[in-house]
Design a binder for this molecule. Structure first.
Ligand code: ARG
Length: 506
């Protein structure tokens, strides 16, 4: 019987290893395919961007968060001439270049061509020129580089501004403090709240932010910093000469036509608010905040979508975690002939320890960026990551459940002619699962709350919805509180239902 269990377990492990290797090799293959114009054949160009960079790419708060901007129009024009449809994928800025060639075919993101970046991607000819500039509060004046010393400077993580300020801190002004952000909107809001002293960012975007927060802010041209002019280019995976030259050709045609001037008119030639001298008034009563957060532009729909994503991930991850957890628990308890923990038991134990001893965010990122590098479906990857994580916790719950089933029961069952295998699956496991139900319910509830980090892999869950609404409505309190409330209602309802069900069972 013992051998039989071992056989089953070995097969299980072998299949897991097989599935993992299979997905990895699949990935390698699709990488090759992209190089040989696979996406073009499918007729879809998957474009990566980071839609926090107005007017180049941003989510239109008036139109259901649709991604718009100079870059979006430009890439649509290019794709049209290549006879392709565009699929825009919004991701964290620092994730764009690593995703190039596996999750996305091309990056357009107000992206500056730099020597470092050129080592890993190919750039087209420039389609725009930018410079750095500085936003400060009205009372701070930057007249020369040295004025930055002792200030806390905000920059977007992974950008040229970020690199520039880091270099400045290392080489010249050691007392600069740097804060790194994911989004310009939050960065500028923190400036207005005096959490940082200034923001260094690309000039056109600075103008845009300045206009949003006028009249609190001061805009200083980056010339005081002696930053070089930056060339905005489109990035393509390295070594795809054919694609590069066709994109270059089309880009060139567009730049020399009136299409380009129209684009500039539409997005770039923005008047500064101070020039317009327009009054902005707003009514910020609680009721109004509530209406802006939920009702205006039907933003509640974003919450609804977010709730669905959160629940789908949680439920499927919980199921995966439950079954894998049972397997792990049984594995961990297997003994060898001397009555010591078997090799498989040790492996299971090792897995459980690693998973429980490392942050789930890192596990998720490893799944997204390494293991499932070539998978585009973030929901799937999140389910696997959370399922594998939850399994370790479920395993410990079930294991203590198994240990609490009395020896008497096991012996009684054995004397009734059940083999070891039978005892485990017909007698011990069902009872231990039953005893573990309260802890399993808690695990499920924790899982729901933990999924709040899936925004890192570009998923729009409930927490991300709150962020987007906050960015679109310039509110912070209401969008976040509402999301918290929704989480609370969901978890309370679920534990209520589970408790009721348990009473019934008893
Ligand atoms: N031009 C800068 C850079 O390449 C900033 C680009 C930021 N773009 C964005 N979509 N967030 O580093």
């Amino acid at each position: 019987m013992h051998k039989k269990i071992n056989k089953i377990l070995l097969t299980l492990i072998a299949s897991i290893v097989f599935i993992l290797t299979f997905s990895l090799t699949c990935g390698a293959k699709s990488n090759e395919e992209i190089k040989s114009f696979k996406t073009l054949e499918k007729g879809v160009l998957t474009v990566g961007t980071n839609a926090t960079f107005p007017p180049f790419e941003f989510k239109d708060k008036d139109e259901d968060q649709e991604i718009k901007g100079f870059d979006v129009d430009l890439i649509n024009k290019i794709a049209k001439k290549l006879n392709l449809k565009v699929n825009i994928v919004d991701m964290p800025f620092e994730g764009l270049l690593p995703a190039l060639g596996n999750k996305i075919d091309l990056v357009i993101a107000g992206l500056t061509k730099t020597e470092e970046r050129e080592k890993i991607v190919d750039f087209t000819k420039p389609y725009f020129y930018g410079k750095q500039s500085i936003l400060t509060l009205k009372n701070v004046n930057i007249k020369q580089k040295e004025d930055l010393n002792n200030l806390t400077i905000a920059t977007q993580i992974g950008t040229t501004a970020n690199e520039f300020v880091k270099k400045l801190q290392e080489e010249e002004l050691n007392n600069i403090k740097i804060k790194e952000y994911d989004e310009y909107d939050i960065m500028t809001q923190d400036l207005v709240r005096k959490r940082v002293d200034c923001v260094v960012l690309d000039d056109i975007v600075a103008k845009n932010q300045f206009n949003k927060h006028f009249p609190e802010l001061n805009l200083t041209q980056g010339s005081v910093l002696n930053c070089p002019t930056e060339n905005y280019c489109i990035a393509l995976p390295k070594g795809n000469e054919k694609l590069l030259s066709s994109v270059d050709e089309i880009l060139n045609d567009i730049i020399n036509s009136k299409e380009y001037t129209e684009l500039q008119e539409k997005y770039i030639n923005i008047k500064l608010k101070s020039e317009e001298n327009e009054e902005t008034k707003s009514n910020n009563s609680i009721v109004n905040q509530f209406l802006t957060t939920l009702v205006e532009k039907e933003r509640y729909k974003l919450y609804l979508k977010g709730i669905t994503t959160t629940l789908v991930i949680s439920v499927f991850a919980a199921l995966l975690g439950f079954f894998l957890g049972i397997v792990l628990a049984v594995l961990k308890l297997t003994k060898n002939k001397n009555g010591k923990r078997s090799l498989i038991g040790k492996i299971a134990n090792f897995y459980i320890n690693i998973v429980r001893g490392t942050p789930i965010l890192l596990q998720l990122l490893i799944m997204w960026l390494v293991v499932f590098k070539n998978f585009k479906n973030g929901v799937f990857v999140a389910i696997v990551a959370f399922g594998l994580n939850s399994a370790a916790y479920v395993a410990e719950i079930i294991r203590s459940g198994i240990n609490s089933v009395g020896v008497g029961q096991k012996e009684a069952a054995e004397s009734l002619g059940f083999g070891k295998f039978g005892v485990m699956f017909y007698i011990v496991l069902p009872q231990s699962i039953k005893n573990s139900i309260p802890s399993l319910c808690n695990e499920f509830i924790s899982l729901i709350k933990e999924t709040a980090i899936v925004g890192y892999v570009a998923l729009n869950d409930l927490t991300r919805a709150a962020f987007s609404i906050s960015a679109a409505s310039y509110q912070t309190f209401m969008p976040l509180i509402i999301a918290a409330l929704i989480y609370y209602i969901i978890t309370k309802t679920i534990s209520f239902i589970l408790e009721k069900a348990m009473k019934r069972m008893n």
